[in-house]
Design a protein around this ligand. Structure first.
Ligand code: FDA
Length: 308
């Protein structure tokens, strides 16, 4: 089912059908803060007041023309201005295919540099999300090139990839900040651990490489076992709670979010917003069968009962 949902998340034909459906829109609102920057800013304000920082993500991926990529870059620059004006504790997450990586690597780098230069001027930070494995190498390389010019940028490592450990070592050697996650795409066993237990073991291994590095990293997970392993490790190694942060997705495990904040850990919430929410929504459904069941239950017409 996970594989099927992830395959469907790439469907250009299914997207408009799901996105125009009122039930889908309502269910998606659990994971997406809204369609406008105002919606995301309001969500960040509420989360900041609850002791959590934020990372705003303007939804969109795999743009098909240069104008779309440039529009997305303008959107990110505007987002940083708004964050600064409103004095929010928030940075930004973006995807390279939203900034034209499928069209031209030089266009993409030009746009990322423009955004990162602006963020760095404002004392802020850009997180480059990690997409499917077709983009891993280019994402690592582009991040390193941009980081050689501006410090306010980092990327994401996916623990399900066999190559992740080598990438972590490589990026640590240039002082790059990383977000560690398990990985959200459908990848073949030739390049990614098929078993959850192996992904989890690799996650813990990578967390233990990242956190003693003296670089500020994000431990992104809702998995209580990963969170406990991190808490145990930092206690054992005497790593301060201000030396790293946990990260979670908007609308997911808010109980755990509250608990971490109560316990004095730093927590950042990834806040997606925008009109292009279909692939993001499908990946969230794929992560948890209960989400799909909830969606389908709402989608099916209500039974009219057993009346004659
Ligand atoms: P796991 O999937 O094992 O889930 C553990 C528990 O968390 C579940 O039992 C459930 O309780 C809860 N949970 C997880 N997903 C849920 C959902 N959708 N709905 C409800 N409950 C859920 N991936 C990627 O490939 N590239 C990226 O750049 C990012 N970026 C990113 C940022 C942040 C802040 C987070 C938290 C995650 C990502 N991800 C990502 C997604 C990540 O790779 C992964 O798919 C999800 O976080 C789910 O993995 P968990 O670590 O939560 O564990």
């Amino acid at each position: 089912m996970r594989a099927l949902l992830l395959k469907l998340s790439e469907s250009k034909r299914l997207a408009p059908l799901i996105m125009s459906n009122g039930v889908s829109r309502r269910v998606a609102r659990r994971f997406v803060a809204g369609e406008t920057l105002d919606d995301a800013i309001e969500a960040a304000r509420v989360l900041n007041a609850a002791g959590r920082s934020a990372s705003l993500d303007l939804l969109g991926e795999n743009v098909s023309d240069e104008a779309g990529a440039r529009d997305a870059a303008d959107g990110y620059v505007a987002m940083f201005n708004r964050i600064a004006r409103e004095n929010l504790n928030a940075n930004v997450s973006l995807k390279l295919t939203q900034l034209g990586l499928d069209l031209s690597e030089s266009l993409c780098q030009e746009l990322v540099e423009r955004i990162v230069a602006h963020a760095t001027d404002l004392g802020n930070f850009v997180r480059i999300d990690m997409e499917g494995s077709a983009y891993t190498q280019r994402t690592v390389e582009l991040t390193k090139r941009v980081r050689a010019k501006y410090t306010g940028v980092g990327t994401v490592m996916q623990a399900y990839l066999y190559r992740a450990e080598k990438d972590v070592q490589d990026l640590l050697s240039v002082g790059c900040r990383m977000r560690l996650c398990k990985g959200a795409y459908q990848e073949p066993p030739e390049i990614a651990f098929p078993e959850k237990s192996d992904v989890d073991a690799n996650y813990v291994k990578l967390m233990k490489l990242l956190l003693p590095s003296g670089i500020y990293h994000g431990i992104a997970t809702h998995d209580p076992a990963m969170i406990q392993a991190t808490k145990d490790f930092v206690r054992e190694k005497n790593i301060g709670r201000d030396q790293f942060e946990f990260q979670m997705l908007y609308g997911i495990r808010t109980d755990l979010q509250q608990q971490l904040v109560r316990e004095g850990y730093r927590l950042r919430i990834y806040i997606p917003f925008g009109t292009d929410w279909f692939p993001y929504f499908m990946r969230r459904l794929a992560e948890r069968p209960a989400n799909l069941a909830f969606f389908l239950r709402n989608l099916l017409p209500k039974s009219s009962g057993s009346g004659a």
